[in-house]
Design a protein around this ligand. Structure first.
Ligand code: CP
Ligand code: NVA
Length: 331
């Protein structure tokens, strides 16, 4: 008999609202237990990947995803094997199919950073072990687990079925990209409204809009998606202002055109005030950050939670590996 196909994490869309909630709550539990020493870390977790290797195939640069994933694998007692684009045959001398078959025959999981999303989807199709998307041109699930931990952790309800984020409003000011897509899907599932301001010509593609709106239907009080080309309009009553780079990896040749198109989209205190953000608004950014998308005053100011958000990548990665690799997708 052929073994059951493994469960993969390619997008937040792969998770039910309850599973997303559990993954974020588990990440919080691991943070408390390991960092703050206030909760027990079960011995079984510390050695859950003992004697096992997790392959990390990265075709693009990474600081946070690499460090957090390697740290998480170490926290679970496993061995991480980082395979950069110049280290293996993939793409140059060997097909994705052959690579997936070979790597998955020797490892417990594959964490992959790719260009086109079809690359990680194809890898998952042919892999006999779980594949976790470490960023594709469409999605960034590990980032979004950390983002909802960041939003929820300061006020997490003790009930196990909620993150306490329902009814909040996120304003995304900038490019409609991979990080936004998974964030919007997560928001929809958790009952968080999200208003997206992009320049004309840089809107969310129609297919993706459908995926986001479908995500809202997976729960009785799904979050709503609003779209505009005016940053001020998106910011009105927002609890959280978020942005990301205007030039994602792989779009470098469009830099001049993009910088011109996004003029006026820099997040500043003045813009937040003009737009009418909530009094206690906070700023988030997945990083790496460039000065054009957010002023230093906001980025390094009191409202910014970006470095806590970055650290939360570690706790989110432990939670994701535990769920998908240790527990084989039973969440
Ligand atoms: N936020 C994020 O994924 O950063 P890296 O590209 O440095 O991994
Ligand atoms: N949108 C960015 C995210 C990097 C973590 C990119 O794809 O380059």
């Amino acid at each position: 008999t052929t073994p059951a196909a493994p469960r993969h994490l390619l997008s937040i869309a792969d998770l039910t609202p309850a599973e997303l909630t559990t993954l974020v709550r588990n990440a919080h539990h691991h943070k408390e237990a390991i960092k703050n020493g206030t909760q027990e870390v079960p011995h079984s977790l510390r050695s859950a990947l003992a004697g096992k290797t997790v392959a990390m195939t990265f075709s693009k640069r990474s600081t946070r995803t690499r460090v957090s994933t390697e740290g998480a694998i170490a926290a679970l007692g496993g061995n991480s094997m980082f395979l950069g684009k110049d280290d293996i045959q993939l793409g140059v001398n060997e097909s994705l199919y052959d690579t997936a078959r070979v790597i998955s025959s020797m490892t417990a999981a594959i964490v992959a950073r790719v260009g086109p999303h079809s690359d990680v989807a194809d890898l998952a199709k042919d892999s006999s072990v779980p594949v976790i998307n470490a960023l594709s041109d469409l999605y960034h699930p590990l980032q979004i687990l950390a983002d909802f931990l960041t939003i929820a952790e300061t006020d997490l309800p003790s009930s196990t079925s909620s993150l306490g984020v329902e009814g909040k409003k996120i304003a995304w000011i900038g490019d409609a990209n991979n990080v936004l897509f998974d964030l919007a899907i997560g928001a929809a599932k958790l009952g968080v409204d999200i208003a997206v301001a992009t320049p004309k010509g840089y809107e969310i593609p129609q297919d993706m809009r459908r995926v986001i709106n479908d995500a809202a239907k997976t729960t009785p009080h799904g979050g709503k998606l609003f779209e505009t080309t005016e940053p001020e309009e998106a910011i009105k009553n927002a609890d959280i202002l978020v942005t990301d780079t205007w030039v994602s990896m792989g779009q470098e040749e469009e830099t001049a055109k993009r910088l011109a198109a996004f003029k006026g989209f820099q997040i500043t205190s003045e813009l937040a005030k003009r737009g009418g953000a909530k009094e206690n608004w906070q700023f988030m950014h997945c990083l790496p950050r460039h000065a054009e998308e957010v002023s230093d005053e906001v980025f390094y100011g009191d409202r910014s939670v970006v470095f806590r958000e970055a650290e939360n990548r570690l706790w989110a990665a432990i939670s994701a590996l535990e769920a998908f690799v240790v527990n084989k997708g039973r969440i």
